[in-house]
Design a protein around this ligand. Structure first.
Ligand SMILES: Cc1ncc(COP(=O)(O)O)c(C=O)c1O
Length: 349
């Protein structure tokens, strides 16, 4: 049976060129800073993002944790969007391992304004944990791959500066945000103190994320990575496909965005599915199936019977994600299946 896996862009497999680059990568011990391929990837990542330095981490979760822990101290408060990946999907690591207290702020499609944050900040007082960091997410996963614009980021960072707070950007899909807005990615990174981005999502590398920021921050981050067990040795085998990911896989993300719009338009026409087309700004398509009077698990399991895989995000909320390997014909097939499944469900009611 044909399979169309739309659960996540993390399911992408490395290209042949990436596999060959892994085989031939020049290697050394990266804990001694002697892996030339890792060094090259870190220099490339820093330059791409317009920052001084970068550090290879094993995953996005680890890169976020390293970034947050390197800018806070035990017992600090961190401001996060209420649906932030860092809060929602990272096993509470920043609290468990970083000793940090979350302060959640509801954003609009994942975007928080200075006013939103101002309302959440408390004046220094012996009863309150001191606030030291604001985290933003671009693109915002649970909001549906929505983007922060450069002016929204600048406004937030300007405000943070007035309060003496640092800003970390979870940019797991930062290149999607840049491509969707037709911008150089540096327009999005300029004002934040730190960011992380993933090589292993739409960019198709098998492993790895980068922490990026000032040299002084990256020196601290390197110690933190070691403490968390992320000091790798011949990590050039991970870095080599990562270099290809950054150099060659960014521009094609626009195909994923076009496919996402095609899929979203088709889904929005199906009776019983509700979908906000304005929310589909990158490669994530969130929709609601409560109009079909099924829950998300029932829906995704029926779709899976025909080989189409989607993610159940909440009771009635489903998510599909486009990525390399998903072609226009796959979108058409997914839509045929969605129509058929919806028809079957309605027929039984
Ligand atoms: C916004 C965001 N941040 C962080 C991560 C964590 O990345 P990883 O799965 O590599 O730990 C993800 C993963 O999907 C994500 O979507």
């Amino acid at each position: 049976m044909r399979t169309v896996d739309l659960r996540s862009d993390t399911v992408t497999l490395p290209t042949d060129e990436m596999l060959e680059a892994m085989r031939t990568a020049e290697l050394g011990d990266d804990v001694y800073r002697e892996d030339p391929t890792v060094n090259r990837l870190e220099e490339l990542a820093a330059k791409k993002m317009g920052k001084e330095a970068a550090l290879l981490a094993t995953s996005g979760t680890q890169a976020n944790l390293i970034s947050v822990m390197s800018q806070t101290k035990l017992g600090d408060e961190v401001v996060l969007e209420a649906d932030a990946h860092l809060y929602y999907y990272e096993v509470g690591a920043f609290s468990v391992l970083g000793g940090l207290v979350p302060r959640l702020v509801k954003g609009e499609r994942g975007v928080m304004t200075p006013k939103d944050i101002e309302g959440a900040l408390r004046s220094p007082n012996i009863h309150f944990p001191p606030t030291s960091l604001i985290c933003i997410e671009n693109t915002h996963n649970r909001a549906g791959g929505t983007v922060w614009s450069p002016s929204q980021i600048k406004a937030l960072c300007d405000f943070a500066e007035t309060r003496g707070l640092n800003v970390h950007m979870d940019g797991a899909r930062i290149f999607n945000a840049a491509i969707a807005q037709n911008l150089d990615v540096r327009e999005l990174t300029r004002h934040v103190d730190s960011l992380m981005f993933c090589l292993s999502k739409g960019l198709s590398a098998p492993i790895g994320s980068l922490v990026v920021g000032s040299r002084e921050f990256i020196d601290r981050a390197r110690r933190c990575r070691k403490m968390l067990g992320g000091g790798m040795r011949q990590a050039g085998i991970i870095a080599a496909p990562g270099i290809i990911a950054i150099e060659k896989m960014v521009y094609r993300l626009k195909d994923d965005h076009e496919n996402a719009k095609l899929l979203a338009r088709g889904l929005s026409k199906i009776d019983g599915i509700s979908l906000d087309l304005d929310r589909v700004q990158t490669n994530i398509i969130p929709y609601d199936v409560s109009g079909l009077r099924v829950n998300a698990n029932e829906w995704t399991s029926k779709m899976r019977d025909f080989g189409v895989k989607a993610g159940a995000v909440e009771a009635a909320r489903v998510r599909m994600v486009t990525h390399r390997g998903i072609e226009k014909e796959d979108i058409e097939y997914a839509l045929e299946v969605a129509e058929k499944v919806a028809r079957q469900i309605r027929g039984k009611q």
